[in-house]
Design a protein around this ligand. Structure first.
Ligand code: ADP
Ligand code: MG
Length: 247
């Protein structure tokens, strides 16, 4: 998968000065609260967390503890009340909306529990669209889309529409689409939550191979402890803070 790897090798940059790898994403002193009636719910309360190129991190925590909120802030979809988000070393707290949107489009991929694929388009076209929005020509976008679908073991389903695919197959297309523009950071919000265990494992196998080949930093929110145990490390949210978990 030469394309994805070449995208990744430029991602896995090291700081010339320190020789240390620059985090793909870093949260510094992030706070976020929501008001519920009279009460203020402090969902994220001084979150400090970094994820490095090529790392796969599981985020395991009960419903309602703030997993989706954390992913949305990390992926620049929401602003924190306080604190900073850095993507590839760029402090996004200092940026205007246009610059944040540009970084989100080029550097962040999202996968959700439900795939949100475009129903009128084939699997191949769904993976081509984000690349063409980014300015790539149709032929190059199609070649890379086919390569990514091959990687997700979906190469023989590229001309199917989403309604002609199973849930696991749809999620494998959604992963291929999320990494189509070779992002630094891949955020997955319970992507296997709607799949049976065997299918979830199969989707995960393909995802893991893709992550290993591309070097994308991956933060994967899940309730599936078996999958969490297969990742490089695991974190949880407790009292609004990110804590490491030993599995
Ligand atoms: P999780 O993904 O772990 O289930 P969420 O991040 O979705 O948790 O939500 C954490 C808490 O924040 C929940 O209590 C939820 O109701 C609340 N919350 C999330 N988003 C909003 C919002 N936009 N407005 C008000 N409350 C919200
Ligand atoms: Mg959630």
């Amino acid at each position: 998968m030469a394309d994805a790897r070449s995208g990744a090798s430029s991602r896995a940059t090291t700081s010339a000065a320190s020789g240390k790898s620059v985090p793909a994403m870093e949260l510094r002193a992030v706070k976020r609260s929501f008001s519920e009636g009279e009460n203020e719910l402090q969902i994220l309360n001084d979150v400090n967390f970094a994820i490095h190129p090529g790392e796969m991190v599981a985020l395991v925590a009960p419903s309602g503890t703030g997993k989706s909120t954390l992913l949305h802030i990390a992926g620049l979809l929401e602003h924190p009340d306080e604190g900073e988000v850095l993507i590839g070393g760029v402090n996004c707290a200092d940026l205007g909306d246009d610059a944040r949107t540009r970084i989100r489009r080029s550097d962040v991929g999202f996968v959700y529990q439900f795939h949100h694929l475009l129903p009128e388009f084939t699997a191949l076209e769904n993976v081509m669209v984000p690349q063409m929005i980014n300015g790539l020509g149709r032929k190059d976008a199609a070649a890379r889309a086919q390569q990514l679908l091959d990687y997700m073991r979906m190469g023989n389903r590229s001309s199917h529409r989403p309604s002609e695919l199973s849930g696991g197959e749809q999620q494998r297309v959604a992963v291929a689409r999320a990494v189509a523009n070779a992002p630094r950071l891949l955020l997955l919000d319970e992507p296997t939550g709607n799949l049976d265990p065997t299918t979830a494992n199969y989707v995960f196998d393909a995802l893991q191979a893709l992550v290993r080949a591309s070097g994308v930093a991956t933060l994967f929110a899940t309730h599936n402890m078996e999958l969490a145990g297969r990742m490089d490390r695991c974190i949880t949210l407790s009292g609004g803070k990110v804590l490491p978990v030993e599995l």
